[in-house]
Design a protein around this ligand. Structure first.
Ligand SMILES: C[S@@+](CC[C@H](N)C(=O)[O-])C[C@H]1O[C@@H](n2cnc3c(N)ncnc32)[C@H](O)[C@@H]1O
Length: 211
């Protein structure tokens, strides 16, 4: 996976991030759900598989002060840092790690919001999904929020040459299990830079305080 994603972000000629098949000028659906969480600006937000997302910049602009950007690809994080410029990049905590086999998870603060857009659907293997879930339980505080956005059922079955597992709201409810309550969900039709449309499902969960 690491080799695959390093190659995606470093292939020559370099693909501008605005041409990546998941690029968003404004990550509006994520920001809408994040607003629903009514977080304190000092609460820790973990963006899992952050890539070169514009979300980090948007969150800094909104005043969030405790953002962790995690990705398996150091090259992706390097691009993200360059794109946002050193003035902003110093406010982000950057972590290179595999969320399905994490080794640096103990460095994370207690997380108030776990955000994942277009990452979880790559974990087609049950062991990967289980490891992802264990990592989530380990870092997310009771009462903390989870946003997972994946390709919808009936949507694309591959991305970046990799197979994906498609979800709907019910499948994500089942994945997170009884320790989480669904707060909101929405279907979202994302338009790729190529103009093609990709249906996503966005879900917002809250971890129950008693778990
Ligand atoms: C399709 S991109 C989405 C990037 C970003 N979330 C966005 O919405 O723009 C998937 C990202 O997940 C990262 N990724 C894939 N597998 C991962 C893993 N096991 N652990 C951490 N990051 C991973 C890739 O390097 C890539 O940056």
């Amino acid at each position: 996976m690491k080799a695959h994603w390093d190659k995606v972000y470093s292939s020559r000629p370099i693909t501008p991030i605005t041409q990546l098949g998941w690029y968003e000028l404004l990550p509006t659906p994520s920001l809408t759900l994040i607003e629903r969480c009514a977080l304190d600006k000092k609460d820790a937000i973990l963006d899992v598989g952050t890539g070169a997302t514009t979300l980090l910049h948007a969150l800094l602009e909104q005043g969030y002060q405790n953002i962790v950007a995690l990705d398996i690809s150091e090259i992706a994080l390097g691009i993200a840092r360059t794109e946002m410029g050193s003035k902003y990049a110093t406010y982000i905590h950057w972590i290179v790690d595999d969320i399905t086999n994490p080794t640096r998870i103990s460095e994370l603060p207690e997380i108030a919001l776990w955000h994942d857009r277009a990452v979880f659907h790559f974990f087609t293997d049950d062991q990967q999904r289980q490891n992802y879930y264990s990592a989530l339980l380990r870092v997310l505080r009771p009462g903390g929020y989870v946003i997972i956005a994946t390709f919808a059922i009936g949507g694309a079955t591959k991305c970046s040459g990799l197979n994906v597992r498609n979800y709907d709201k019910e499948a994500l409810i089942q994945f997170l299990g009884p320790d989480f309550r669904i707060v909101d969900s929405m279907d979202y039709l994302y338009q790729m830079p190529s103009g093609d449309l990709r249906p996503y499902v966005y879900t917002l969960f809250q971890r129950k305080k008693t778990t």
